[in-house]
Design a protein around this ligand. Structure first.
Ligand code: ANZ
Ligand code: ZN
Length: 824
């Protein structure tokens, strides 16, 4: 029997699926439960898909196929996040037009995607750079604008000198560089467009608790939102009779404040500085601009600052505190001013040491035996001291008592601060959705009327290269218009929207691609949302995943969506490496999928990737590894084909093999559970074991119960089908054609617990090498499960009491060896 002829068969099935429109989804089907399986769409920057795309698209499709066979009406769409810097920067580098680069790339990638053999319903593709799509992105902007949730503000913003555009905080990495090009990001004062995401800060936090997302991702969002409860305390500057309000989370340290720090950009900076100081202050303020907020807050950076010459009064003890300016205080957080407590805040401590400012200890450890170090701040909670009538209160009591006391004196109040900033969405770049706004000298900012959408991005006549101002401004045809309100000559807004606006709602458009009169179809949405499973990288935790949640909450708040959490369950794919390293062109270790598809077939590539490692952890690619999977596929191919002639001859005299029957049910149970949890690698291992058993069973054809073997083959092919769809369809057709043409709709196998339970094994419990117990247990118990059984036995308990458990060694279904260290 020949090997699996991948090329021929895979082409045949893709053609067939295409001709039969096999994967068109009926969104109105109400007989089956819906399941919306969404994978983050691709952005076509350069032509090719790489192996990483195969990893998450292949895995996602395996899950989707499995669920479809279980009877769900599965919707698994695909599209293109086509606007934005990746395509644009690539185009500029190669002196091409971003629109051409994008459409070429989409054409090419779409064909590559088809090779995966995924169940994409291409009639529902979205491309965010097409007017049919961005018309509705602009409509979304107008919905926000009309409710004052999109606004323009002159503010200090992140500026990438290489990309020559502003960036949202979410696009600046923790080392202060641009996420796209790794250039240092600086601060500039510019008038820009923002979305009021901060209005939903609490909703975004509260919503997290109901989501079935990886805890680490929820935590990252929580930190990013950064809700912080504290106190705002007023320090009076007598000379100008004005207060400086400082936000603190440690009101209990008020008596330890020895100076005040303002952010360089604070509005009081200039009015309080004495003439002698003002030159050095101006210089300092200017320098602070070269850094992004993120860099300024880095704990490793050496603190710098300047004294203003002014003082403010501590409301608690009347002390005069010098007012400094330092860049580690951000104008955008809290009130932009800090009461510095060097004894109990490490940044203040370092600053005070450098500029020789006093340190006053006002918190001591709760346990009087604990010593504090004098060469660093004591930042923990403790007991108040050196704090007049508040001495002896715990930090927690102190924070409350001091806050109430300040409230009575009118010198402070309880306050909440958030790290989250409003979302800066305008970009000084060409390749994006134009902002649907017109600037009129008479009427001011005027929204483009909805019926005039889309505001088309001109594909010709624009010098699209970035130059620090918006390229669209260079097109007089685009920029000059008339005011929709008064008819006077006016100018269009020349900025485009951040691509994350496009991707904040694309999952809604998939459900309504054909709607011309509105962004989405409410009826369909109400049946199909939320997305049941969303698959994508964890790097989106504090970007796309927050933006999309925000937009859903906004649309919900204005009655356009019936739900406010778009993605019920989130799965992150891991990263695949090659030769132990992340793939990159510069290292020359990028694996090109095409070559392997040609050689081994698409199913083999998909299955090898899934076999390589845990889906959410990733794995290391090896050229040899794929051969192992190829061999397995050939084994299945030959086994089933070898029997295809004989499989329908009834043979009744031979009994069903109980042990193989148990393997069969065990395989169903495990593979089902594995696929449900994106554990593709272990599912494949189980299938390999099953195939080994089938080979053993068929070794002597005279002892085979044919109808039982037939059942086993059916089970095998079905379980294999989500992992190797082409191969499985072909085998099904060859062997079972007529009984059931459409493998996919024939249902997913179900195991019988009764058959499994009968299979018991005896697991020996050893303690320090001595046999203590023999336990009859169900096959397949994990170490934990065996241990749990073992400790119910008295003999085991008695032994365990004599020593301290150091480790356990478990040989599946045979021995659990417990190693104890004797107690003294
Ligand atoms: C006095 C103090 C004493 C503070 C102490 C801490 C410890 P989170 O938890 O992140 O909200 N802070 C306030 N506004 C700031 C700004 N704009 N830029 C930089 N730092 C700022 O942190 C709140 C604490 O960060 C505040 O509490 C303040 O320092 C500082 F023993 O005030 B604290
Ligand atoms: Zn950049």
């Amino acid at each position: 029997m020949e090997n699996y002829p991948a090329q021929e068969i895979e082409t045949k099935w893709r053609q067939k699926w295409n001709d039969n429109d096999s994967y068109r989804v009926d969104l109105k089907d109400d007989k089956r439960d819906k399941l919306y399986v969404l994978v983050m769409f691709s952005y076509p920057s350069e032509k090719k898909l790489h192996i990483g795309h195969w990893w998450n698209y292949g895995g996602t499709d395996t899950y989707a196929r499995f669920k479809k066979m279980q009877g769900y009406n599965v919707f698994e769409p695909m599209g293109f996040d086509a606007f934005g810097l990746p395509a644009e920067n690539y185009a500029i580098k190669h002196d091409l037009n971003p629109a051409d680069v994008t459409s070429d790339s989409v054409l090419y990638i779409r064909e590559q995607l088809k090779l995966i053999g995924a169940m994409y319903d291409w009639s529902r593709e979205v491309d965010t750079s097409k007017p049919e799509y961005y018309k509705w992105t602009q409509w979304l902007f107008l919905q926000l604008f009309n409710r004052d949730a999109a606004y323009r503000k002159y503010a200090p913003v992140n500026w990438c000198t290489n990309c020559q555009t502003v960036l949202a905080n979410e696009q600046v990495l923790s080392d202060g560089t641009c996420e796209r090009c790794s250039t240092n990001v600086e601060t500039r004062d510019l008038e820009q467009w923002f979305f009021r995401i901060t209005d939903f800060a609490d909703d975004l936090l509260d919503g997290l608790s109901d989501l079935d997302w990886p805890e680490s991702t929820k935590l990252r969002q929580k930190h990013w939102i950064g809700r912080s409860e504290g106190t705002e305390i007023s320090f009076l500057i007598e000379e100008i009779a004005q207060n400086i309000d400082c936000f603190t989370t440690r009101a209990d340290t008020l008596y330890g404040a020895t100076y005040i720090v303002l952010a360089p950009e604070h509005s009081l900076t200039r009015s309080i500085s004495t003439p002698e100081q003002s030159e050095s202050i101006n210089e300092y303020v200017r320098k602070a601009r070269d850094l992004s907020d993120i860099e300024r807050q880095s704990l490793e950076r050496e603190k710098t600052g300047v004294f203003t010459g002014a003082y403010a009064i501590n409301p608690a003890n009347g002390e005069r505190l010098p007012i400094w300016i330092a860049d580690y205080v951000l104008v955008t957080y809290g009130t932009g001013a800090v009461m510095a407590v060097p004894a109990h805040d490490q940044r203040d401590f370092e600053f005070a040491a450098k500029y020789d400012l006093p340190v006053q200890w006002v918190i001591k450890p709760t346990n009087p035996h604990d010593k504090t170090l004098k060469d660093r701040a004591f930042t923990e909670f403790g007991v108040m001291c050196n704090s007049a009538e508040f001495d002896g209160l715990s930090s927690t009591e102190g924070m409350q008592t001091i806050t109430q006391w300040l409230e009575r004196k009118n010198a402070g109040k309880a306050a909440v601060s958030y790290r989250l900033r409003d979302w800066l969405i305008s970009r000084q770049r060409y390749w994006g959705a134009p902002i649907p706004i017109i600037h009129c000298q008479v009427c001011g900012i005027v929204p483009v009327p909805e019926e005039d959408l889309p505001v088309l991005l001109p594909l010709e006549g624009v010098d699209y290269r970035p130059r620090g101002t918006s390229p669209l401004g260079s097109s007089s045809e685009f920029i000059n218009t008339t005011c929709p309100k008064c008819g006077a000559a006016a100018k269009r807004d020349a900025d485009t929207m951040d691509t994350f606006v496009c991707s904040s709602w694309y999952y809604l458009r998939y459900l309504s691609t054909h709607m011309e009169k509105s962004a989405f179809d409410q009826n369909v949405l109400s049946n199909w949302l939320p997305v049941d499973v969303y698959i994508g990288g964890p790097e989106h935790a504090t970007g796309h995943l927050i933006y999309a949640r925000y937009i859903a909450k906004f649309l919900n708040s204005i009655g356009l969506l019936h739900y406010s959490e778009p993605f019920k369950k989130m799965v992150h794919q891991g990263i695949i490496t090659h030769q132990g390293q992340r793939m990159s062109k510069s290292k020359g270790n990028v694996v090109n999928p095409d070559k392997f598809i040609e050689k081994y077939g698409s199913d083999c590539l998909r299955m090898y990737l899934m076999f390589m490692g845990d889906f959410s952890l990733g794995g290391d690619w090896s050229d040899e590894g794929i051969i192992g999977v190829r061999r397995f596929q050939n084994r299945v191919w030959r086994l089933v084909n070898n029997w295809s002639e004989r499989i329908f001859i009834e043979e009744t005299t031979i009994e069903v093999d109980d042990s193989l029957n148990r393997v069969k049910h065990y395989t169903i149970k495990e593979v089902t559970d594995d696929l449900d949890n994106f554990r593709f690698n272990t599912a494949i291992s189980r299938l390999m074991e099953f195939v080994n058993e089938l080979y053993k069973y068929t070794f002597n054809p005279d002892k085979v119960n044919i109808s039982f073997l037939r059942e086993c083959f059916q089970t095998l092919i079905k379980l294999l089908s989500p992992l190797a769809p082409h191969l499985s369809e072909e085998l099904w057709e060859r062997v079972f054609k007529g009984t059931n043409d459409e493998l996919m709709y024939d249902g997913w196998p179900v195991h019988d617990d009764k058959i499994l339970i009968e299979e018991t094994v005896t697991v020996v419990i050893q303690i320090n090498g001595k046999l203590i117990e023999r336990l009859p247990l169900t096959k397949g118990y994990s170490q934990d499960e065996v241990f749990r059984e073992a400790i119910t036995k008295e003999k085991v308990q008695n032994h365990l009491e004599k020593g301290e458990l150091i480790k356990m060694i478990y040989i599946r279904d045979r021995i659990l060896n417990i190693v104890l260290k004797p107690k003294r």
